[in-house]
Design a protein around this ligand. Structure first.
Ligand code: 2DT
Length: 240
C-alpha cells in the first residue's frame, strides 16, 4: 500500500516559515499534488483557544499545563493526519512536536548572585522543565517523513525587524530555542547517520537567511524527491 508523505516545517521566529510554508503548498498544488496545510498550534479548537490566550498573555498557565495543552492540540489531530496520509493527501505542517520541546525546554529560571569578592552579579539559568519530560507527551504521535528546519541567526532576525509581541518572542529565549532545535536535529542525524532512517525520516537544515526564492527553491528540491517518489513504509511514530 502506498501513502502520501508527512512534511513538517520547523523554524525560528523571523525565519519566514509561514511564508515558505504557503509557497510550498502553492507549488504542490501547481504540480497537481493533493495537499493539506496544517499548523500548530491550531488555535481554532477549544484547546487551541486556551493556547492562543496564553500566547497573547491574556491568561496565565502553569508551564507544565501549557506544555501538555500544546501536545494535546497535536493529539486531537493525530488520527486525521493518519487518515489523510493513507488516503494519499500530502501534509505540510507549520510547526509540530519539535517546537513543542524546543520552546518548553528553553524556559528558564534566572537567579542572580553577587559574589562577596566582586561588585558585579553572576546570572545562573536553570531549565524549568527537563528536556525528556517535554518530549514524553508527544511520544507516539505520527512521525514526519521529512523535517525542514528553517534556521536564522539572531543577527539576521534582528535585521528583519526583530520579534513580535507574543510570549517567547524575545531574543534570549529565541537563542535558547535555536540550541534546542539543534539538539533535536543532531539527535535525528545520530540515530540515522546519513540523515535518512529506514522509514525515510529526515531532518534537514535550510539556511533561511537568504532571499525568499532561494530558500523556496531549496525546500522544493527536497520535497519534490519525496512527493514524486513512492512511499510504501507505514506511518512512523515519534521517538518509538
Ligand atoms: P506561531 O507563531 O507559529 O503561531 O507559534 N509553540 C508552538 C510552543 O511553545 N509549543 C508548541 O508545541 C508549538 C507548536 C512557538 C506560536 C508560538 O508557540 C510556540 C511560537
Amino acid at each position: 500500500m502506498t501513502r502520501a508523505p508527512f512534511i513538517v516545517i520547523e523554524g525560528l521566529d523571523r525565519s519566514g516559515k509561514t511564508t515558505q510554508t504557503s509557497l510550498l503548498q502553492a507549488r504542490l498544488e501547481r504540480e497537481g499534488i493533493s495537499t493539506k496545510l496544517m499548523k500548530f498550534p491550531d488555535r481554532t479548537t477549544t484547546i487551541g483557544q486556551m493556547i492562543d490566550s496564553y500566547l497573547k498573555s491574556t491568561s496565565e498557565l502553569d508551564d507544565h499545563v501549557i506544555h501538555l495543552l500544546f501536545s494535546a492540540n497535536r493529539w486531537e489531530m493525530a488520527s486525521t493526519i493518519e487518515t489523510l496520509l493513507n488516503e494519499g493527501t500530502t501534509i505540510i505542517c507549520d510547526r509540530y512536536a519539535f517546537s513543542g520541546i524546543a520552546f518548553s525546554a528553553s524556559k528558564v529560571t534566572t537567579t542572580t548572585t553577587t559574589p562577596s569578592s566582586s561588585s558585579s552579579t553572576d546570572a545562573t539559568t536553570v531549565p524549568k522543565l527537563p528536556f525528556e519530560w517535554c518530549r514524553a507527551p508527544d511520544v507516539g504521535l505520527p512521525a514526519p517523513d521529512l523535517v525542514l528546519f528553517l534556521d536564522i541567526s539572531p543577527e539576521q532576525a534582528r535585521l528583519r525587524g526583530g520579534y513580535g509581541e507574543e510570549r517567547y518572542e524575545k531574543e534570549e529565549m529565541q537563542a535558547r530555542v535555536r540550541q534546542a532545535f539543534k539538539r533535536l536535529g543532531d539527535e535525528t542525524r545520530t540515530s540515522s547517520p546519513t540523515g535518512v532512517a529506514a522509514s525515510g525520516k529526515q531532518w534537514l537544515v535550510v539556511d533561511a537567511g537568504r532571499e525568499r526564492d532561494e530558500v523556496s527553491a531549496e525546500m522544493w528540491s527536497h520535497v519534490e524527491l519525496l512527493v514524486k517518489g513512492t512511499l510504501t513504509s507505514p506511518i512512523g511514530k515519534l521517538w518509538n
